[in-house]
Ligand binder design. Structure first.
Ligand code: F6R
Length: 611
């Protein structure tokens, strides 16, 4: 949710921290701050973005070779200067940056108040800083021990970097539930919520696991469990490169990521489908293949856009592998009393691999003994590590807060899995299996064709940029795409938008239709085509405006709709991959025309590590 970056070594920390915060800003951007330590500590922080922080520190002392930075997505306390991180303890011994939530902070705050502590902010993080300080001073122990003792009293989630004035040149990092990566350089260490601030300095990284504490100086990294066992750091080479985190000439990351989809989908299926259409090979699930084949039921857990991909997966698994599927929001599933059997196959879908609700759902499933697969984009992420097996989407880093290329890559993986299972379970005949593989292989080229229509789609965007509401409707495999189209519009343009199965319109939403209401109709798939025509007519009869996504050459709907956007002819199974592209482009241009910050929409953050 928030972004953390920290450095200890010989270089001046400030530029590393600022650049790191810019890279992490997608994780939260309502306030930002840094602490620099050069004998004394200087803390600078303010409401707003990293650029506001840069303005704030002009003419200030920014020296120091040890430091930490934070970009915030508010949980406890409104975005403000005083609630921005880093937080310092009352007696000034500790500086802390934190990503996560301390759930029992009210209780701890009361206890500390009784011991004479006062608080400058509304945050749970300041409570933790004071708790550490209180233990440290009362027990006269090392900072590291004070941190471990304090954390043993904390209920909740944290990724933390902590500095103690009495132990200069040292940073303490700890993790439970919120990610932290440590980059290992030559006599220097970089810490961050993800690897993007690190990769230009070193490709050697280690991911901190839950309940681990790292004690880091420029000379060494010591790794311990919360209960003081010594652990060996598992340092790995990371493949992420600096090109992946540039805009490459595009105005926004979201636009770049929309345009990357022909390449990212190819990266998702490359090496996994035989180009002659004969087979699919998913190395990541090989070990659990018998369990997959014999699964009595598939439960898909995810949130947001990934949940929409899961709905597409439901149609695909049921149709091709003939396995019943339930698609669950992580947040609901974790708190229900779900019935989970050992022969259930649970698939967790997550771009970031860090979403708290999805992660909690996985943990619940694992307790029940079912097999869990992950479909994640971020290699080494918590979900990818906690699942029994899985398939990476390989879409490359997604920086725009609104998910685009991750969605199409998730669907690509789900389609490959459904086909593979269908083939193994003999529910998908070889000829159709082969046709589907060829269809998938042809998708990137077809998306290129849609992207060439961007100017036309932009003109349509200009017609609808000032609406207050919009409806999206689709059937079958295009119903989840309607949901995704509506989510894309509302999250980046702040236009109220809802998606529906087209047949549901007449059960309520049709009451909203008048001459001001645009309806985006996904009418490109064959099996429900005739029924979509009826649904479009129902909208037109009530004077609604219809923008229809149709198959190239369609004549019937062109006569009824106010605007049509054509997509190339394709097999129904891959139609979500094509039909979503014009909706992403439409949302993007509407949002830009409305002056919205498309890469960093208000109130949102890329990685939702709080529940
Ligand atoms: C919407 C969006 C979110 C995420 C959701 C789950 O554009 O990006 O709805 O899909 O927060 O995130 P992941 O996939 O990282 O688990």
């Amino acid at each position: 949710m928030c972004g953390i970056v920290a450095y200890v070594g010989d270089r001046t920390a400030f530029p590393i921290l600022i650049k790191g915060l810019q890279r992490l800003e997608y994780r939260g951007y309502d306030s930002a701050g840094i602490a620099l330590h050069n004998g004394t500590s200087h803390v600078y922080k303010c409401k707003g973005k990293v650029k506001d922080l840069e303005n704030l520190v002009k003419d200030k002392d920014i020296s120091g070779t040890v430091g930490m930075g934070h970009t915030r997505w508010a949980t406890h306390g409104e975005p403000s200067d005083r609630n921005a991180h880093p937080h310092q303890s009352m007696k000034g011994k500790f500086s802390v940056v934190h990503n996560g939530i301390i759930e029992n902070y009210t209780h701890l705050k009361k206890e500390l108040s009784n011991r004479g502590y006062s608080f400058e902010s509304d945050t749970d993080t300041e409570v933790l800083a004071n708790l550490i300080e209180n233990i440290y001073l009362e027990q006269n122990i090392s900072a590291e021990l004070a941190v471990r003792l304090a954390l043993s009293r904390v209920v909740g989630a944290y990724g933390l970097v902590i500095y103690c004035e009495d132990e200069p040149g040292q940073l303490i990092a700890a993790r439970k539930g919120s990610p932290l990566v440590i980059g290992v350089g030559n006599q220097e260490y970089f810490l961050a919520s993800d690897a993007t601030p690190i990769i230009e300095y070193t490709d050697q990284v280690m991911y901190l696991n839950d309940e681990e504490v790292a004690i880091i100086t420029r000379e060494k990294l010591e790794l311990k469990s919360l209960s003081n066992d010594n652990l060996t750091p598992d340092v790995k080479k990371i493949t992420l490169s600096i090109d992946h985190i540039d805009k490459n000439g595009y105005e926004h990351f979201m636009l770049k990521e929309i345009h990357e989809q022909p390449a990212t989908i190819t990266d998702t299926f490359r090496g996994r489908v035989a180009m002659d259409g004969s087979k699919i090979f998913l190395g990541g699930v090989l070990d659990v293949m018998p369990k997959l084949i014999n699964a009595k039921r598939i439960i898909i857990v995810a949130c947001g856009t990934s949940w929409h991909a899961g709905l597409v997966g439901e149609y695909l698994f049921e149709k091709y592998a003939r396995i019943p599927v339930e698609v669950e929001y992580g947040s609901e599933f974790r708190y229900r009393h779900p019935i989970i059997f050992e022969d259930d196959l649970v698939i967790a879908i997550s771009q970031s691999g860090e979403t708290a609700d999805t992660l909690a759902a996985i943990r619940k499933v694992k307790e029940a003994g079912a097999t869990v697969l992950g479909i994640c984009n971020v290699a080494g992420s918590t979900i990818s590590r906690e699942t029994d097996a899985g398939v990476y989407t390989h879409a490359g880093i997604e920086i725009g807060v609104a998910s685009t290329k991750a969605f199409t890559s998730q669907i690509t993986v789900l389609l490959m899995m459904a086909m593979l299972l269908g083939s193994k379970r003999k529910t998908l005949p070889q000829a159709e299996y082969s046709t589907l593989i060829h269809e998938l292989i042809s998708v990137p080229e077809k998306i290129e064709e849609i992207l060439k229509e961007e100017e036309k789609i932009k003109k349509i965007a200009s017609v609808y940029k000032d609406v207050s509401n919009a409806l999206y409707m689709g059937r079958g495999l295009l119903y989840p795409v309607a949901l995704e189209g509506a989510l894309k519009l509302k999250e980046i343009s702040y236009i109220h938008a809802e998606g529906y199965p087209a047949a549901e319109m007449k059960h309520g939403p049709i009451a909203l239709i008048d001459e001001n209401m645009p309806v985006f109709a996904l009418a490109a798939n064959d099996t429900s085509y005739e029924k979509m025509i009826s649904n479009i007519q129902e909208v037109k009869a009530r004077k609604g405006k219809v923008v229809a996504i149709v198959t190239r050459g369609d004549k019937s709907i062109r006569k009824m709709a106010d605007h049509v956007i054509e997509i190339p002819e394709c097999h129904e199974a891959v139609s979500p991959l094509l039909a979503v592209i014009p909706l992403q482009i439409l949302s993007y241009h509407i949002a830009v025309m409305r002056g919205c910050n498309v890469d960093q929409p208000r109130n949102l953050a890329k990685s939702v590590t709080v529940e």
